[in-house]
Unconditional design. Structure first.
Length: 443
């Protein structure tokens, strides 16, 4: 038997179980702690119940795997009667691609002019924006496709006159809202709204704690002071904050101070050394800003030396457990995707164009202002191709590599590095992964 969580099901945990809600019908039910464990082990992807039983067997040592599989089947059968899960005898009967996560640029207007930004300044000045009417249409379609998390970004999303209405509309649709913003325009009304809904996190770019460096990159005097003040206000309000830190030549010496700030303020951080070309194809600026391989390796060593905690470093460098998954369940692992782009997430730009992810603009899948998001998600031939190749089995040569956990494969990056050869292994990635593993193994 095969099972997946229904696109319209929301799970809300309690101290002794959980409440399930079908947002399409409004139906609710309560499940106990065991039921919650069973529900937490399924998602929007089709799974073999026998493999779920194998995974959960260590938790229930007093019964056999076969008995556990029968219990799981009985539970999921009951849940399927109220459409909380989808159950079938054959995988092909329920294979589907729920759109769980959406990155939506509500405007490409911005009050900063970051030197590395993929949006050309001319577009920020003559900005596109999603109207509130079209926004509601997109959100409704996203919800019907299984939507759970929506990320509002730009440009600078706080510049949109309907921003708070958009946030509240998402909340009314039971969506978890994330925000990507420079935070220079954040005010108390924004924070009050975030505090009263199902809010995820706020991600803000901080390039350096030296205002000369940060403000040089944003090309906006006083921007660091405003961003940091907003970050502290969000932290005080109990809202999760993540720093996004693109590392360039201009700020490569600022990372130690940023790590200190992260530790002092209990926020998370994401570093990246990848700078992507602008929407018009211009990549000339990258030569002046991107760090080279040697600088990247010095940076890796400096971060490892500074943090010196393997658990934290695994998170910082996004070390996976792919080798464990491959060893424990090779058949399922080979068929699973290594990237959510086009599988359960996509991106929409301020002009309505739909892309597999925010940094992969080579493939425009359609336009949600001219067509429906539902049609594009279900019928795009380009998406069908991406889904076919976005599987671990596509890169069979990687499966026996001892760098599997240290290598984050990305089809968009493959395409850029390999001059359009999307299925060619990115050797730069392999070399970086080997260097990272060697450095971390010393700890």
């Amino acid at each position: 038997m095969f099972v997946k969580k229904a696109d319209t099901t929301i799970v809300r945990s309690t101290e002794d179980g959980a409440y399930l809600t079908n947002v399409a019908t409004g139906e609710n039910c309560f499940i106990n702690e065991t039921g919650l464990v069973f529900m937490k082990n399924i998602d929007g992807f089709v799974q073999d119940i026998s493999l779920i039983a194998e995974r959960l067997a260590p938790l229930y040592e007093d019964i056999t795997k076969e008995e556990l599989a029968d219990d799981l089947t009985s539970f999921y059968q009951t849940m399927s009667e109220s459409n909380y899960v989808v159950l079938a005898k054959e995988r092909d009967e329920i294979e589907d691609y729920p759109l769980n996560s959406l990155h939506l640029e509500i405007t490409n207007a911005c009050n900063e002019r970051c030197i590395h930004c993929f949006i050309p300044n001319i577009l920020k000045k003559n900005a596109h924006k999603i109207s509130y009417e079209h926004f509601r249409k997109i959100v409704d379609e996203f919800r019907n496709l299984g939507g759970q998390v929506i990320t509002l970004s730009g440009g600078e999303p706080l510049l949109h006159e309907s921003f708070l209405d958009m946030v509240n509309y998402c909340a009314d649709k039971y969506l978890r809202v994330n925000l990507f913003s420079n935070l220079t325009l954040l005010n108390e009304k924004h924070i009050d709204t975030f505090s009263n809904i199902q809010f995820g996190l706020v991600q803000a770019s901080v390039y350096s704690l030296d205002s000369k460096v940060h403000d040089y990159i944003t090309m906006c005097s006083g921007s660091l002071e405003k961003t940091l003040a907003s970050i502290r206000a969000l932290i005080s309000a109990g809202i999760d904050v993540q720093l996004a830190v693109p590392i360039m030549y201009q700020n490569k010496d600022s990372i130690a101070d940023i790590l200190d700030f992260v530790e002092r303020n209990s926020v998370t951080v994401r570093f990246t050394t990848e700078i992507i070309p602008q929407l018009d194809g211009n990549d000339s600026f990258m030569k002046n800003y991107a760090i080279n391989k040697q600088q990247k390796r010095h940076l890796v060593c400096d971060i490892i030396k500074k943090v010196n905690n393997r658990r934290v470093l695994n998170s910082l460098f996004e070390i996976s457990e792919n080798s464990n998954d491959l060893f424990s369940n090779p058949k399922s692992y080979l068929k699973s995707s290594f990237c959510p782009a086009g599988i359960n997430s996509c991106s929409i730009s301020a002009d309505g164009n739909i892309y597999p992810c925010p940094s992969w603009h080579k493939y425009c899948l359609g336009n949600c202002l001219k067509d429906s998001l539902v049609n594009v998600w279900k019928k795009s031939s380009t998406l069908s191709w991406i889904r076919a190749v976005n599987r671990h089995e596509t890169f069979k040569q990687c499966l026996e590599c001892n760098l599997l956990d240290y290598c984050n494969r990305c089809l968009a990056l493959n395409e850029r590095i390999n001059n359009g050869e999307i299925l060619k292994v990115n050797q730069n990635n392999c070399e970086d992964a080997e260097f990272l593993k060697n450095q971390l193994d010393i700890i």
